[in-house]
Design a protein around this ligand. Structure first.
Ligand code: CP
Ligand code: NVA
Length: 309
């Protein structure tokens, strides 16, 4: 039996040690960026990585493209529309064919099970670039950003206010591994599924759930939110339910004085977050966007066996 293919699909697949090793690799490559030592980081030389997008993207698309090039590889952009992903042939056959051409596949597709299916049949690494259920690359960049600003995340209090979505799910997975407190405020109608919470509690995650954003944010070292209508969601009553969960200066003021604000972007300014918070001194949102590039280099390094974990 050969070595198993290293897919990056779901943070809960990883141990704390593996997540730490991937983050460290990304941080080290970041430190060497634009120095002569970066020549040693060209670990994707001669490799082609397909990037499949069924949904729109700015950060994921550009940060993977730039990251792959900086590591010496060649990104290949494929839209779900041009290959009629999941329609023209099975996901399994798409995975088998792509594996004969390219060295890895980065995919953004709403249906999480299809991405898992892709990984099952691919003989090259598959990286989850966002599904309806999870956004693991984002949360790796978020943890990197938090630790750059505030030191080790272990023992810190992270507050989430707003919808239960893919980004929050990956944060819950991270809480199951990295030993921080995660205080989640959502409307009752949009609360995290019990199976996710049960999973986290079984891992020993320090999780609290509330419908009061003020309670979650109290004493937090970091306040996070995301859009009210994620890709693939119906608007329905979301705006009405989520309005009280907006991060404005008053809400952020209840967190620790030096707390940071994070948002994966794109942001709907004036909805889930005000301009004053987005552009204020506590906002880390553009460092967070930049760190997608660095964290994903760590992920690519791991997928290609350059990180021992
Ligand atoms: N945060 C994030 O994944 O952004 P994009 O949708 O623009 O890739
Ligand atoms: N929760 C958002 C994240 C976008 C990067 C969405 O899925 O649309």
């Amino acid at each position: 039996m050969g070595t198993p293919v290293r897919h990056f699909l779901d943070l809960s697949d990883f141990s704390a040690g593996e997540l730490r090793a991937i983050l460290k690799a990304g941080e080290e490559i970041k430190t060497r960026r634009r120095t002569p030592a970066a020549a040693g980081d060209r670990l994707l030389e001669g490799k082609v990585i397909a990037m499949i997008f069924e949904q729109p993207s700015l950060r994921t698309r550009v940060s993977f493209d730039v990251g792959i090039r900086e590591l010496g590889g060649s990104p290949m952009m494929v839209t779900g529309q041009e290959i009629e992903l999941g329609e023209r042939e099975t996901i399994a056959d798409t995975a088998r064919v792509l594996s004969r051409y390219v060295d890895a596949i980065m995919i953004r597709m709403l249906d999480h099970d299809s991405v898992v299916e892709m990984a099952k049949y691919a003989t090259v690494p598959v990286i989850n670039g966002l599904t309806k259920r999870q956004h693991p690359c984002q949360v790796m960049a978020d943890v990197m950003t938090f630790e750059e600003r505030k030191g080790p995340i272990k023992g810190k209090r992270i507050a989430w206010t707003g919808d239960t979505n893919n980004v929050l799910t990956s944060w819950v997975h991270a809480a199951g591994r990295l030993d921080f407190e995660l205080a989640i405020a959502t409307p009752e109608e949009l609360a995290p599924p019990p199976a996710l919470i049960d999973w986290a509690r079984k891992q020993g995650a320090k999780l609290s759930l509330t419908t009061r954003p003020e309670a979650a944010v109290e004493g937090a070292d970091c306040v996070i939110t995301d859009c009210w209508v994620s890709m693939g969601d119906e608007e329905g009553t979301r705006h009405n339910l989520l309005r009280p969960f907006q991060v404005d200066e008053r809400l952020l003021g209840r967190a620790e004085k030096d707390a940071i604000f994070m948002h994966c972007l794109p942001a709907s300014r004036g909805e889930e977050v005000t301009d004053a918070v987005m552009d204020g001194p506590q906002s880390a949102v553009f460092d967070e966007a930049e760190n997608r590039l660095h964290a994903q280099k760590g992920i690519l390094a791991w997928c290609f066996g350059a990180v021992a974990a």
